[in-house]
Design a protein around this ligand. Structure first.
Ligand code: ZN
Length: 255
């Protein structure tokens, strides 16, 4: 029988801190008490004060580790380097540390954090993210995984129609290493070769994921990016890293 993977949040914190010296600012914005453990809620900023702003986050669902891994790899391999003149990076490597360690989608209190962004009384992890989104970002990339999907797909929401070509550019860059989900409908939303674009307006929804909250806060391009957990971690991570780099290059070309 396959042994469950044991994940330690402390290992992530150690890797992140080691990767940053001396380029970035690591801050523990708040502390989360879960059971008998305290977890830091971590925000990392690179290129502070630069004119363009991107938010990259992972681990809001604790059983989707590739997002966390991708942010570690992004820092360890200094993939931000060629973008650091223009961009201020805000990285939230693991929004749900108690779920990450337990390997559960929900947090320790059994709450799906990515359903709570329309409410005012929210878990601490959500308050933390909402504070980060006080200032709008040009790009919001949310790194997820899907245990039921045979391939990569993404949700795209832009501030202004028509839809930017960025979603397709990301999928084109991912496809050679990670198959796409080619279903005509994914999560009950029409999909075009992995691209889900006809999304609800915020007022139509009873609950908001982080992406819709980011959209209401004025983020220009909001993406929820989904790997397939059926594939090896190295491929899932590489797919997310390609998505991040494509987004930076593509939006970087917009005036
Ligand atoms: Zn997810």
């Amino acid at each position: 029988m396959k042994q469950p993977t044991v994940r330690h949040f402390d290992d992530i914190v150690t890797r992140l801190k080691a990767s940053l010296n001396p380029v970035g600012e690591f801050s523990e914005v708040d502390t989360l008490l879960a059971g008998n453990r305290e977890y830091p809620l971590i925000k990392i900023v690179l290129g502070q004060g630069n004119p363009r702003r991107i938010l990259i986050s992972g681990g809001i669902h604790g059983d989707e580790p590739a997002g966390v891994e991708s942010i570690c790899a992004f820092l360890e391999n200094k993939l931000y380097k060629s973008f650091l003149n223009d961009w201020e990076f805000t990285l939230l490597p693991c929004i749900n540390p108690s779920g990450y360690e337990a390997g559960t989608r929900n947090n320790r209190d059994n709450i799906d954090l990515n359903r709570k962004f329309k409410e005012d009384q929210v878990p601490r992890e959500v308050t933390f993210v909402k504070q980060v989104l006080d200032q709008p970002y040009e790009l919001d990339l949310e790194l997820h995984e899907d245990g039921d999907s045979p391939g990569y797909y993404l949700y795209q929401k832009d501030q202004t129609p028509p839809l930017s070509s960025l979603g397709r550019a990301i999928l084109d860059r991912v496809e050679p290493i990670h198959p796409l989900n080619l279903a005509e409908e994914i999560e009950e939303i029409p999909a075009d070769r992995g691209l889900l674009s006809r999304l609800s307006e915020p007022d139509e929804m009873e609950w908001w994921p982080m992406a819709l909250y980011a959209y209401t806060r004025g983020c220009n391009h909001v993406f929820t990016l989904e790997t397939s957990t059926a594939l090896p971690m190295a491929i899932r991570t590489e797919a997310h890293l390609r998505a991040i780099q494509t987004a930076l290059e593509h939006v970087g070309e917009e005036a």
